[in-house]
Ligand binder design. Structure first.
Ligand SMILES: [Zn+2]
Length: 335
């Protein structure tokens, strides 16, 4: 039981300079560590005893300057890094270098957690690097002195093309596994998979970043500070595009709650009505504009009035005037 602390390796130093960590054609370590910590964190429910070390800071540099986290307040501390090879293999030679960790030789609790995470990620099909005992890492030693279970995860090799191709395709699963292992350790459950849908979202945090694209690597273009309700018109993973055009927000339940379908808000669609002819006999009616919405019967062949349209999931959806729901207009002809 207890609390867990997640630390993203590298970042902004105490003296204001920036430590990007290792780098390669795939990007900078400090960006990958922040993305993964955020993804791990988002797997936990609202009440989980998990904290994220300030992502605006390089914990190592601040600790060196005397600002050491209160490690004793945590049962588990996980610090995330990405490793670098002596000789880059960015093109990929068909072999993983893999996932590993550093633990203090006397930190059997940290080692046990590292083994669980590494075993589980290797079980997904990734390579195994090694779990190394070390007494030469500042944060590791300070956490050890505080009596906390600590591990420094070397998630993948940032300059190994095989590692990074695999990691990028599987990072959501990696994040989930890490959250599950940490969650078990502190007695906090991991939320079930959430399916995100367009609609109206109520923000419940005081400051939510808006980004130019649907991922943490995209530039921050603003923030939402009014805890208001916002219309999301498109979903990518857990990210939602703001109708205003301001950008994307993370729709995780940690930050906001979906309160209604977009229909509830009224005027967001093209409202020019038109008629279509349905000629096939098995066209599904959906409760909303997308195949992810529940079916609401079959639309028999015939002519129908469409009062709104919306593009989603590869189709253009038309809302039936009857109120029965939405049909994919690719299966109908405009008359
Ligand atoms: Zn590192």
């Amino acid at each position: 039981m207890g609390k867990a602390l997640l630390i993203s390796g590298h970042g902004k130093n105490y003296d204001g300079t920036y430590d990007p960590g290792a780098g390669s054609i795939f990007g900078q370590e400090a960006d990958y560590t922040r993305e993964l910590v955020s993804m791990v964190y988002q797997n936990f429910g609202k009440t989980a005893n998990v904290e994220v070390y300030d992502q605006g800071k390089n914990c190592y540099s601040y600790s060196k300057a005397g600002q050491v986290p209160d490690y004793g307040a945590y049962g588990v501390v996980l610090e995330i890094h990405f490793n670098a090879k002596e000789k880059k293999d960015e093109a990929g030679d068909g072999r993983f270098t893999g996932i590993g960790a550093y633990v203090h030789p006397d930190n059997s609790g940290g080692r046990a957690i590292a083994e669980k995470i590494v075993d589980a990620v290797v079980g997904l099909g990734f390579g195994r690097w090694q779990i190394t005992s070390s007494t030469g890492l500042l944060n590791l030693n300070q956490a050890q002195r505080a009596g906390t279970k600590y591990l420094l995860l070397e998630t993948a090799f940032i300059d190994d093309g095989d590692d990074m191709q695999w990691y990028k395709a599987n990072k959501a699963k990696v994040a989930k596994i890490i959250a599950q292992v940490i969650g078990k350790e502190i007695g906090s459950s991991v939320e079930a998979d959430t399916e995100y849908l367009p609609g109206i979202y109520k923000i419940h945090v005081k400051d939510l970043n808006i980004r130019s694209g649907p991922d943490l690597g995209s530039q921050i273009t603003g923030s939402i500070t009014d805890q208001g309700t916002y219309h999301i018109t498109e979903i990518s993973g857990s990210w939602g595009r703001l109708k205003s055009g301001a950008g994307w927000i993370n729709c995780s339940t940690r930050y906001c709650t979906r309160i209604t379908d977009a229909d509830g808000a009224g005027t967001e669609y093209d409202t020019k009505a038109f008629e279509v002819r349905v000629e096939i006999s098995d066209l599904n009616i959906r409760k909303g504009p997308g195949t992810s919405y529940e079916k609401n019967g079959i639309c028999p062949a015939g002519v129908y009035q469409i009062v709104e349209t919306k593009a989603a999931e590869g189709y253009t959806w038309g809302r039936l005037k009857s109120g029965a729901g939405w049909i994919a207009l690719e299966y109908a002809k405009r008359v």
